[in-house]
Design a protein around this ligand. Structure first.
Ligand code: SF4
Length: 394
């Protein structure tokens, strides 16, 4: 049995697979659902949390973050959030400072429910804005306007949320630097603690992808996409938001604990439809349809998870873990540590990646701060991050 100091950090991710309507670019696991389906799903999710609580010893793990994502978690009714909150509190040991985030869709927060979120211990909210221009929101197929977003944001502030993220998007069809500037300016005026700014990616299977194939979507050129990235970075930095990951910016001390844990290789348990987990060196994912999910709950109740035929957990090879250490760690501004690599894998970083690192350092795609033991991407390296990170494949 481990004492509290020795227990391992764990993150919980709860997936809520419902949305009022699909946005035109979205390939996340979500669909419209009626009240009855949502209520039933929340019950299953609470059951899954409890089952995992029985599988993992309370002494072995302490939960440092809970992230309720989707989908649209704000479609859950107040009592469903309380049910989930009760389940995670009774099943796991939570750090007193645990970060508990809920993703919410602007215009989809029933007045009053935000106070229930606080009661459930939720202390961070993430709002998907994407753009401050209503025309661009319409192009994306979003269901809200800028005005509805501001209303939701203020509702959260009044309920006492002092840690709010706003998601923004660049490369929206029809967007130019001027409209991006307007979105950034209006967002910063609201003073959120954290901003995530991603480029639009055309994912196969989405209406946008289809439209692009048919030549019906006016996409932003790669050159413009890069300029937008640079502009966003410079603008937000001038406004006091530091970039701590390729696409994430925060006020000092407000970096997202949940995301950082993922990039640093912390263990996480994904609960709910389609959610994936990384536990004790194993990776596995939940079924993405309801029937399979129900069956899986029966298995978790009955079997040891490591031997569950249903979960079929796969042990990550040492090489895969090394690659991931570099891929994910280098996404962060502070990059990776040679010493941490040596400690985690029992082999020197130089022996595995010496040639790759030297060549990228020489090309100035990587930089090194030897005094602080950090290797990180340069601005040029970020521009071609996919190519740089591919060099770390073993
Ligand atoms: S709200 Fe989010 S999860 Fe739902 S369809 Fe739109 S992008 Fe996808």
């Amino acid at each position: 049995m481990m004492n509290r100091q020795e227990s391992r950090e764990l993150e919980l991710y709860l997936h809520i697979p419902f949305c009022v309507r699909k946005c035109l670019y979205c390939d996340f696991l979500s669909r419209p659902g009626n009240r009855e389906e949502i209520r039933e799903y929340a019950g299953l999710l609470a059951e899954e949390i409890r089952l995992w609580g029985q599988q993992l010893s309370r002494e072995d793990y302490r939960v440092v973050s809970v992230f309720i994502g989707g989908g649209t978690p704000s479609c859950l009714a107040g009592e469903e959030i309380l049910l989930l909150g009760q389940a995670w509190r009774e099943s796991f040991v939570l750090e007193s400072e645990a970060e508990i985030t809920i993703e919410a869709n602007p215009g989809m927060i029933d007045p009053g429910v935000e106070r229930v979120w606080r009661q459930a211990g939720i202390n961070r909210a993430s709002l998907g804005l994407q753009s401050a221009r209503n025309q661009e929101l319409k192009t994306l197929g979003r269901i809200h306007t800028w005005e509805e977003f501001v209303e939701s944001y203020q509702l959260l502030r009044r309920a006492g949320f002092d840690n709010i993220n706003i998601d923004l998007m660049s490369g929206i069809p029809g967007q130019d630097l001027e409209s991006l500037r307007e979105t950034l300016q209006r967002t910063v005026e609201l003073q959120p603690e954290h901003i995530s700014a991603y480029s639009l990616i055309l994912e196969e299977g989405t209406p946008f992808y289809q439209m692009e194939q048919e030549g019906k979507l006016e996409t932003v050129s790669e050159e413009m996409d890069r300029r937008m990235y640079q502009y966003t970075k410079e603008y937000l930095q001038q406004q006091g938001y530091h970039r701590y990951e390729i696409s994430n910016y925060a006020r000092d001390g407000r970096e997202c604990i949940h995301n950082c844990g993922y990039w640093q290789g912390r263990e996480y348990l994904g609960l709910g439809l389609g959610a994936s987990s990384f536990l004790q060196g194993y990776r596995f994912a939940n079924p993405s349809e309801q029937e399979g999910y129900r069956k899986q709950l029966q298995c978790i109740a009955r079997d040891d998870w490591k031997h569950s035929a249903f979960l079929s957990p796969e042990r990550q090879s040492r090489e895969a873990l090394m690659e991931e250490f570099c891929f994910l760690g280098l996404r962060m501004k502070e990059g990776i540590s040679r010493r941490e690599f040596n400690r985690r894998f029992g082999v020197r970083f130089t022996e595995v990646y010496g040639d790759v690192a030297d060549s990228l350092l020489e090309k100035k795609l990587l930089a090194e701060d030897a005094f602080h033991d950090r290797i990180y991407l340069t601005d040029r390296g970020i521009d071609v991050s996919n190519t740089v990170l591919a060099e770390f494949l073993l």
